[in-house]
Design a protein around this ligand. Structure first.
Ligand SMILES: *Cc1c(COP(=O)(O)O)cnc(C)c1O
Length: 404
């Protein structure tokens, strides 16, 4: 069997239509959108069409879309930009422990510059309690930032409800929707958001381009200063081909969303069911129903995620363990620890994220190949010896050696 790509939460292959839409902006209309001459103006038209396409996908106005260099930049722009613009109003930000590092590390950065941060906990399925948001808001709160869906465990938050609470208390609300835009319906008005981040390469677009929705009337300071592009919100000559690619990806996503949701959910459900049935001592991480249609996240006890990845890669199957940022280091994923998993279970995490191109045959192949890998690794693993399954999946493990 040819190689299988099951890592769409990390990045997605650019669709051929996306690449085709981008090429004219390299070969022909490569002028600067700020230039008066016609080459520049054609580039500007392409860029503005893309803005309309992204706005159409989100249910926003085109002028509420600010193009950025990535999803990470959009998150930084939201948190830092709102903090700078609201220095007189307050200094408190509320976020959650399971956020992507693009939000969490920006929050830490702001904390080191004197802002007060509240990191809300999540329950065992990864959900933030909207009531916790309500209770955490103070007179000094300027922003709440809660991600739409988690990139590791796929849990989808009650964003509309949280947004309504923020609006009622007159606090700005940002959501990192990088994992949901293009994959499930995302409407900025229905979700009651003031700011929303997305990234092109997570929805079959090019890498190195993202966008931040900023609701009309919201004051935000720029991160990048210069010639005043993007209505003064993000200076620098625009990445026109990338932006055009994002626009085309957004258009295609809207067109194909219903099909893709059904297609992915079917594969996901076979994966979850098959894995839990065929791999003893495994459990599903994240919410059983409120989860991304493409996300399967399991923890396989007594083995390291990294060894599973290596063995699967040897079979030509690309998956991920925790998030791409934490694999490669021995630190357990902050998300899996936040939902209360013990360290040893968090280390055995496996994320399988399917996409448009995957087939039921690929899922069947994976379900045949994977259980023997687990068996082999467990035979080799020193931590499996003498362990019983009866304490699974509890948080304390009397017969497990203490951490470090
Ligand atoms: C991928 C991702 C990001 C970062 O987006 P980039 O465009 O890769 O910088 C931020 N948040 C979430 C939830 C993501 O999955």
């Amino acid at each position: 069997m040819k190689s299988i790509y099951f890592d769409h939460a990390a990045t997605t292959p650019p669709r051929p239509e996306v690449v085709a839409a981008m090429l004219p902006y390299y070969h022909e209309s490569w002028g600067s959108p700020s230039s008066f001459h016609s080459s520049g103006q054609t580039a500007r038209e392409g860029m503005e069409r893309a803005r309309e396409q992204v706005a159409a996908l989100l249910g926003s106005l085109p002028e509420e879309i600010v193009f950025t260099g990535s999803g990470t930049e959009a998150d930084n722009q939201a948190l830092v930009g709102i903090s700078l613009a609201n220095q007189k109003k307050g200094d408190h930000i509320i976020t959650a422990t399971i956020e992507h590092h693009a939000v969490l590390h920006t929050a830490k950065f702001l904390e080191s510059h004197g802002l007060k941060l509240t990191y809300l906990p999540v329950d065992a399925t990864g959900l933030v309690d909207p009531d916790d948001v309500r209770k955490a808001i103070t007179e000094r709160t300027i922003l709440v930032s809660i991600m739409h869906a988690n990139n590791e465990i796929g849990t989808i938050q009650p964003i509309g409800e949280i947004g309504a609470i923020c609006r009622e208390r007159d606090v700005l609300f940002h959501t990192d929707a990088v994992q949901t835009v293009g994959h499930v319906p995302v409407n900025v008005r229905e979700l009651n958001t003031d700011l929303l981040s997305l990234s092109a390469h997570k929805l079959y677009g090019p890498k190195g381009v993202g966008a931040l929705f900023v609701r009309k009337g919201v004051r935000i300071a720029p991160l990048i200063h210069g010639g005043g592009h993007e209505r003064g919100r993000r200076s620098s000559t625009e990445n026109v081909p990338g932006i055009v690619g994002l626009g085309e990806a957004a258009r295609l996503a809207a067109q194909d969303m219903e099909w893709e949701m059904r297609h992915s959910a079917k594969l996901r459900d076979s994966l979850i069911e098959g894995l839990l049935a065929r791999v003893p001592n495994s459990l599903l991480a994240g919410h059983p129903t409120q989860r991304l249609p493409n996300n399967t996240s399991v923890c396989v006890r007594y083995i390291e995620g990294e060894s599973m990845l290596l063995n699967l890669d040897f079979e030509g199957i690309a998956v991920s363990s925790g998030s791409a940022c934490t694999s490669g280091s021995l630190e357990a994923s902050h998300v899996l620890l936040a939902i209360g998993l013990p360290h040893d279970a968090a280390h055995g995490s496996l994320r399988i994220s399917v996409g448009r191109g995957n087939t039921p045959a690929e899922v069947d192949h994976f379900l045949n190949v994977f259980p023997p890998i687990v068996e082999k690794l467990r035979e080799m693993s020193p931590i499996s010896a003498g362990q019983s399954a009866d304490d699974w999946p509890g948080a304390d493990h009397p017969h497990h050696p203490p951490e470090h």
